[in-house]
Every structure is written in structure tokens, then in C-alpha cells.
Design a protein around this ligand. Structure first.
Ligand code: PMP
Length: 306
């Protein structure tokens, strides 16, 4: 589906018309995939749009930049304000938010350090990433023939643009084979994550998710799931899991800002059945929390019109 346009995109401090938000073909990052980015959502609430866990996303952007030795032009506070301003001026009740910091136009070659750094923030309306049907009844996963990269090849803690080549290869393979999403294994053979989501299994009432050392991004939705689970009295741990653990799980689900919380219906055609009770409780709570309906988590809702 083509992007649904809004009015303005924030580019290095200026609000630029959507159709004018362009870059030069010799932008360094276009050639070498050198950039860091975030994916954030703002939800419609009774008090207007609220960005979910905005500060944590911007802090992760700063950490990604640090790993990549990108000197950020803007502080966390400035970017938090810039995101809120971009949502506000576009006058949309809910949206996906994409801040990206990348090596710009002016230098070429594999040393990114002399390049100018550009920062932009775009927002657009974006429905369910893996489909309404998937959120309701679960999605079908396939273990990818592509491995998640070794942490010493590309650091998984950096949400870096170039690393998504690996995710796109896996995504296309899964879609062409008739599945909804791919699961990537680490070079050691442990389950890592999906192409843009963390993965969880439920076994004997306990939620288990792979560690960062298996190549998974430290998801902010994953952290929300952990907090919600513990508050609901559900045991939650991080640990290595094998592909066979996915086949024999009582329940499984995935999480991500774009995808939200999505039940897994099957893995490599091993049916896991209807979405289970633990998945449903986490999912229902998550959707209430993002809409600002749960007082306990109100610090996670950053109102743009406050
Ligand atoms: N893993 C990868 C590879 C991702 O791209 C994402 C999306 N940012 C996630 C996991 C989930 O992270 P979050 O919950 O912070 O969106």
C-alpha cells in the first residue's frame, strides 16, 4: 500500500512540505546504509494524540548513534519536542513516526566520519502492520534460511538502516513461500527474532523471550510486554530458545511498535491453535495502555497537546 501523505516533514529543524522532503542521489547513507532510525507510534486518546514511550525511543536512537559513532546534532530533549511538533502540525489523531539520522551529501567512501549528518522526522497514518486478521487470529511464521547476523558482524543493539537488508531478505523469502513473517536464527542456531519484531513463547504459563545475545533488538514493546506480564502476575524470563521450542509452545506471540502484539498461529506449519489466554491478556492490556486507558502506565503516554 502506498504511503498516505500528510502535510509536513521535519528536516534538520525545518518543517518542509511532504513533496519537497527530498535528498540528493549522492547522499552517503543511500550508498552504504549508514544511518540509525526509530519506529514509534502515536495513538488516539481521550486527550488527543499520545506518543507511546517517546523518550525511550529517542534514547535508543542516541544509543544506536553512539554505537555507529554518529555525532547527533540534536539532544534527546530536542528530538522529543521535534517529534511532538511534527505530530501536532500534521493534525492527525494517530500515526507511525519515523525519525532517521543518516550520513548526508558531501563526502563519499566507506569512512562515514567526515560526512554531514542529517536528521529527519516523518509521520504518516499506518494501520496494522501484519493485518487485522493477524492481530485477531494469529499469523503463520516460517524459520528463515537467512541467519540473523553475528553481533560481531553488525551490532544488534544499534537500530541501523543497513542491517535491515538481512530482515528484507528473510521477509521476502517468507512471503514468497506463502507465510506472513520470518523467524531468524542466530549463527549458533538459537531463535533470535522476526524481521522487525521480538518473539515470545508461553510454556507452562511462563513467557520466555530470546536475549540480545541471540541477536535480538532490545524492543521497547518487548519491555512493555515484560512489565505488563509481571504486573498481571505472569512469570516472564529471557532465555535461549530453539526452533523446536516454537513448535511445542503452548502459545507464541510477537511484539513491535509497528506490529504491536500479534499472536502466532503456526511455525513451519506446526499449528499452535487459537491465540491462547496469556497472549490475549497481554494483547488486550497493551491496546488499552497505548490508548492511555490504564492509569498505572500513564507515564508511557506522551501527549502532544499537553
Ligand atoms: N526487532 C527488530 C529487528 C525491529 O526492527 C524492531 C522494531 N523496532 C523490534 C525488534 C521491536 O522493537 P520495538 O518494540 O522497540 O519497536
Amino acid at each position: 500500500m502506498p504511503l498516505e501523505k500528510v502535510s509536513k516533514i521535519w528536516m534538520d529543524g525545518e518543517l518542509v512540505d511532504w513533496d519537497e522532503a527530498k535528498v540528493h542521489v549522492l547522499t552517503h547513507a543511500l550508498h552504504y546504509g549508514f544511518g540509525v532510525f526509530e519506529g514509534i507510534r502515536a495513538y488516539e486518546t481521550a486527550r488527543g494524540p499520545a506518543v507511546f514511550r517517546l523518550r525511550e525511543h529517542i534514547e535508543r536512537l542516541h544509543n544506536s548513534a553512539r554505537i555507529m559513532m554518529i555525532d547527533l546534532t540534536y539532544s534527546v530533549d530536542e528530538l522529543v519536542e521535534a517529534v511532538k511538533e511534527t505530530v501536532r502540525v500534521n493534525e492527525i489523531p494517530s500515526c507511525y513516526i519515523r525519525p532517521i539520522v543518516y550520513t548526508g551529501y558531501g563526502e563519499m567512501g566507506l569512512n562515514p566520519l567526515p560526512c554531514p549528518i542529517s536528521t529527519t522526522i516523518a509521520v504518516w497514518p499506518w494501520g496494522t502492520y501484519l493485518g487485522d486478521e493477524g492481530i485477531k487470529n494469529g499469523i503463520r511464521l516460517k524459520i528463515s534460511s537467512w541467519q540473523r547476523h553475528d553481533p560481531n558482524a553488525i551490532p544488534p543493539a544499534a537500530k541501523a538502516t543497513g542491517m535491515y537488508i538481512n530482515s528484507s531478505l528473510a521477509k521476502v523469502e517468507a512471503l514468497k513461500a506463502g507465510y506472513d513473517e520470518a523467524v531468524l536464527l542466530s549463527p549458533q542456531g538459537y531463535v533470535s527474532e522476526c524481521t522487525g519484531e521480538n518473539i515470545f513463547i508461553v510454556k507452562n504459563g511462563r513467557i520466555i523471550t530470546p536475549p540480545v545475545s541471540a541477536g535480538a533488538l532490545e524492543g521497547i514493546t518487548q519491555d512493555s510486554v515484560a512489565t505488563i506480564a509481571r504486573d498481571l502476575g505472569i512469570e516472564y524470563t529471557t532465555g535461549n530458545i530453539l526452533r523446536s521450542d516454537l513448535y511445542t509452545a503452548d502459545e507464541a506471540f510477537l511484539s513491535g511498535t509497528a506490529a504491536e502484539v500479534v499472536p502466532i498461529r503456526s511455525v513451519d506449519d506446526r499449528d499452535l491453535g487459537e491465540p491462547g489466554p496469556v497472549t490475549r491478556r497481554i494483547q488486550d492490556t497493551y491496546f488499552s495502555v497505548v490508548k492511555g486507558e490504564v492509569d498505572r502506565y500513564k507515564d508511557w503516554n506522551e501527549y502532544v497537546n499537553a
